[in-house]
Write a protein that binds this ligand. Structure first.
Ligand code: ADP
Ligand code: MG
Length: 245
């Protein structure tokens, strides 16, 4: 039998994250293979955002080990790690006084030392990927919420990240704007980018995810292939999914 070794791109071992004396991530371990799409679900307050953020030390873990793209996350590697990870938040955090194209190009120049001309080329390419080439010279507030989130996704993509992390990218959007963002994320997923996505969009998860991870109380309570969305193993996950409909 031939067993193909699939490279691990994110490895999390026994991660604990606390606010003050309160642990909110309690011993989470997770291995993500290159190109894998992981959907993270779980009730509000279960530690999903904290977990995702702590992987790149936006919140510093209290204990545990994270390796991303071969780099153990720590003071000496943090800058490099963050360069290799694209992050999309629930609220898109665009600079309102900068044109769309500059919102994408400027971080490339300032943080990644990309020459300005090349940054503009990469920014345009990223805008094309999210279907917003024609909005390059608009200001964020001239766009719909869905379009602004697509710009935020383009900004993350322009870094050519090894891993894309998205924290509830559609949950701040009006219902009629959700679909266009999910469609863009589906397109990106098909390009082979490794993705960790916190979302409760079940249909999207069914289409895109290789694995679903269910968080509760700061722990992974259940994980498995998308089938677990139809046949959850734990009563907790079953109840959670029932409430989504
Ligand atoms: P989720 O994303 O699953 O809703 P969070 O990671 O945002 O969960 O929150 C997990 C727990 O940590 C919650 O009890 C929340 O109130 C708490 N928490 C989140 N952010 C902070 C913070 N900056 N300071 C203190 N407590 C926080
Ligand atoms: Mg959250």
């Amino acid at each position: 039998m031939v067993v193909w070794a699939v490279a691990t791109i994110v490895s999390v071992e026994n991660l604990y994250v606390a606010y003050g004396s309160q642990d909110v991530v309690k011993g989470v371990s997770l291995r993500v293979s290159q190109g894998e799409k992981i959907v993270i679900m779980g009730p509000s307050g279960s530690g999903k955002s904290t977990f995702l953020r702590s992987l790149i030390w936006l919140v510093k873990p209290r204990e545990g080990r994270v390796v991303i793209d071969g780099l153990e996350v720590g003071p000496g590697t943090l800058r490099e790690v963050r360069m290799r990870v694209g992050f999309v938040f629930q609220h898109y955090n665009l600079f309102p006084h900068l044109k769309v194209i500059q919102n994408i190009a400027l971080p490339l120049v300032k943080i990644h030392n990309v020459p300005p001309q090349e940054a503009l080329v990469r920014a345009r390419e990223a805008l094309r990927l999210v279907g917003l080439e024609d909005k390059a010279d608009a200001y964020p507030l001239q766009l719909s919420g869905g379009q602004q989130q697509r710009v935020a996704i383009a900004r993350a993509l322009a870094k050519n990240p090894r891993v894309l992390m998205l924290d509830e990218p559609t949950s701040a959007l009006d219902p009629e704007l959700v679909e266009e963002v999910l469609q863009v994320l589906e397109d990106i997923a098909r390009r082979g980018t490794t993705m960790l996505i916190v979302t409760h969009e079940v249909d999207f998860a069914l289409d895109v995810a290789d694995r679903v991870v269910f968080f509760e109380g700061g722990k992974i309570v259940e994980e498995g292939p998308v089938d677990i969305l139809y046949n959850p193993k734990t009563e907790r996950f079953r109840q959670f999914l029932k409430r989504l409909h």
